[in-house]
Design a protein around this ligand. Structure first.
Ligand code: FE
Length: 335
């Protein structure tokens, strides 16, 4: 009897000692700010018992890090915004094909499963409604009109959101028209590009310019803030361009499984978790991004900005056209 008890005690001891080594883990390299991702990762850990180790940084920095770490990289997942970056990671050989059979309801992903979209974001135009008539701008092309000379603010061409905007136009309108557009846009700049999207919203509100191009989640976050930032956001109005033709530019945030991932099952579980309705709703409420899964309710702020027709392009191709887009911006003098 006592031998059995001793044996049981030893088994329990060995079991508890080996537990920490056996615990499932997941290493994430995230270009998304910790505050914008941590709550949902905590929920995932609580539910699954999988410990998540999060390393946050700038997307290009994380990609460079993975390239230099090579097969020693601890990263299981790369979480980042913009298809341009996901395609870049894939083209550097930093990703691997994800088994998509259990993710049948998702509809934006790399053709070979190298990345999966988690949210959608859109990049429309904003105006100061006191200075720009409601029907003066109906398309991105309208931004090149002579009447808007010295009235447009937009961030730099080294920003991937603008690169993807131009890449998507390039894909749909061809090189000649896109270069003409970029030149016309640059000719109408109110100032040399500087700052982020929030700064462009502030600039429109402050009267430095009357028009800007921005991602809506920045505007939504400002609307939900307090003080100067909220007041600035309230002064601008969203214009959904190209509603009668190709639609407003959209992009994604997404995730890729790292080429040398060791915790693939856990990585797949997290992706499935991120795509389930409650997580998609969380993204919309907290990050003010659009769900990728159909039928999920948008946040109130997004609903208030209105529904719109989004462009329908092969995002993988948009990613591939990134270097060409950059060349066009350069040629047009978009700093
Ligand atoms: Fe952003």
């Amino acid at each position: 009897m006592s031998i059995v008890r001793l044996f049981t005690t030893i088994t329990v001891l060995v079991g508890s000692l080996s537990m920490p080594l056996m615990a499932a883990e997941l290493n994430i390299y995230s270009a998304r700010k910790e505050a914008l991702i941590k709550p949902i990762l905590n929920e995932f850990s609580q539910e699954t018992g999988i410990k998540v180790n999060l390393i946050t940084g700038k997307a290009d920095g994380l990609i460079t890090r993975m390239r230099s770490e090579k097969m020693l990289s601890p990263a299981d997942l790369l979480l980042t915004t913009d298809v341009g970056r996901l395609v870049r990671a894939k083209s550097f050989g930093l990703t691997q094909s994800i088994e998509l059979s259990n993710l049948s309801n998702l509809y934006i992903h790399d053709p070979n499963g190298h990345w999966v979209a988690l949210t959608k974001r859109t990049r429309p135009i904003i105006v100061n409604p006191e200075k720009v008539a409601a029907d003066a701008i109906l398309t991105y092309e309208d931004l090149t009109k002579a009447e808007f000379k010295g009235r447009i603010c937009v961030r730099s061409s080294n920003n991937v959101y603008n690169q993807s905007l131009v890449a998507a136009m390039l894909m749909q309108q061809g090189e000649e028209k896109t270069l003409e557009w970029a030149k016309g846009l640059v000719a109408n700049f109110a100032r040399p590009p500087k700052g982020g999207d929030r700064d462009q919203i502030q600039a429109v509100a402050a009267g430095i310019c009357d028009i800007a191009i921005i991602n809506t989640y920045y505007l939504a976050a400002m609307l939900n803030s307090e003080g100067d930032s909220a007041r600035a956001a309230q002064k601008v109005q969203v214009v959904w361009p190209n509603q009668d033709d190709r639609g407003t530019h959209i992009n994604i945030s997404g995730v890729a499984i790292a080429k040398y991932a060791k915790n693939i099952t856990e990585a797949q579980r997290l992706i499935a978790f991120m795509l389930r309705p409650s997580s998609q709703k969380w993204y919309s409420e907290v990050n003010q991004e659009y769900p990728v899964v159909p039928g999920i309710e948008w946040s109130k702020t997004l609903k208030d900005m209105g529904e719109f027709k989004a462009e329908s392009v092969d995002l993988e191709q948009v990613g591939h056209l990134n270097p060409k887009a950059l060349k066009i911006m350069d040629k047009a003098g978009w700093l």
